[in-house]
Write a protein that binds this ligand. Structure first.
Ligand SMILES: NC(=O)c1ccc[n+]([C@@H]2O[C@H](COP(=O)([O-])OP(=O)(O)OC[C@H]3O[C@@H](n4cnc5c(N)ncnc54)[C@H](OP(=O)(O)O)[C@@H]3O)[C@@H](O)[C@H]2O)c1
Length: 217
């Protein structure tokens, strides 16, 4: 994996989607559960092992228990502070837990954790560049794994700090107009896109594992 650029970690995203591009299977509590195979789970654990920091969006935390290895910095980003404190993400390794939120956000339950409350951008959003700078400079993170979801992935894409994406495509179809895809948000300006290049592609049975890197990195 390339060296971290100056002032921020190297950012690699890992996601799994169905063949029709959906990242949840719907239902009352939609999550990624049930999409990838055991092999995909092994790949996910391998990527968690090589990261020294892992970041997720609050929507992914609210979708179900998040279980990470003990050791790497585990960080979440939320403007609302509406966070499920009973989630294993908070319980398993609280010393290494970091929450990025908006200044003035009120959740007393977070007092026992390390919280960075930052001045928001318009629309009450945090500046992901500032989040990445803190992870690098204060937390020493050089390889940051981002495990979604779609909204956080877009924040990274829009600031052009999504360096790599590992994407598993599972041989399943589910449909659903409103089901999320790998990257959501407002989308880049009309006609705009980021060009990526293929680094590797593997197959196990009918499941495909792709790794793409941003051009020029
Ligand atoms: N298939 C897969 O590989 C995969 C991977 C991950 C997630 N998922 C699924 O995707 C769904 C969640 O998707 P999602 O789009 O809600 O994703 P998300 O990116 O996990 O969460 C979005 C939330 O994160 C916070 N956030 C993100 N960027 C922010 C910023 N710049 N400033 C402030 N807050 C920010 C906000 O939290 P607040 O609302 O608290 O302000 C926002 O509402 C879940 O069902 C999950 O299971 C699937």
């Amino acid at each position: 994996m390339p060296e971290a650029p100056t002032g921020r970690p190297y950012v690699f995203v890992n996601m799994v989607s169905t063949l029709d591009g959906k990242t949840t299977l719907g239902g009352d509590h939609p999550s990624a559960s049930g999409i990838g195979s055991e092999t995909d789970q092994k790949l996910m654990h391998r990527l968690q092992e090589i990261a020294d920091g892992i970041l997720i969006g609050a929507g992914t935390l609210r979708a179900g228990n998040i279980i990470y290895p003990i050791g790497p910095v585990r960080a979440a980003i939320s403007a609302s502070c509406d966070l499920p404190l009973e989630n294993r993400f908070f319980r398993d390794d609280p010393e290494r837990l970091r929450i990025f939120t908006v200044r003035g956000c009120d959740n007393l339950g977070l007092n026992r954790f390390c919280v960075y409350d930052l001045a928001p951008l318009p629309q009450n959003r945090l500046d992901v560049l500032q989040v990445l700078a803190i992870l690098r400079e204060r937390e020493g993170v050089r390889r940051l794994l981002v495990e979604g979801g779609a909204r956080l992935n877009f924040e990274l894409l829009s600031r052009d700090v999504l360096d790599e994406i590992f994407l598993t495509v599972a041989p399943k179809l589910t449909g659903g107009q409103d089901r999320p895809t790998v990257i959501g948000g407002a989308g880049l300006d009309a006609g705009a896109f980021r060009r990526m290049r293929l680094i590797s592609i593997y197959r196990h049975g009918s499941e495909i594992y792709m790794r793409y890197r941003r051009n020029g990195r």
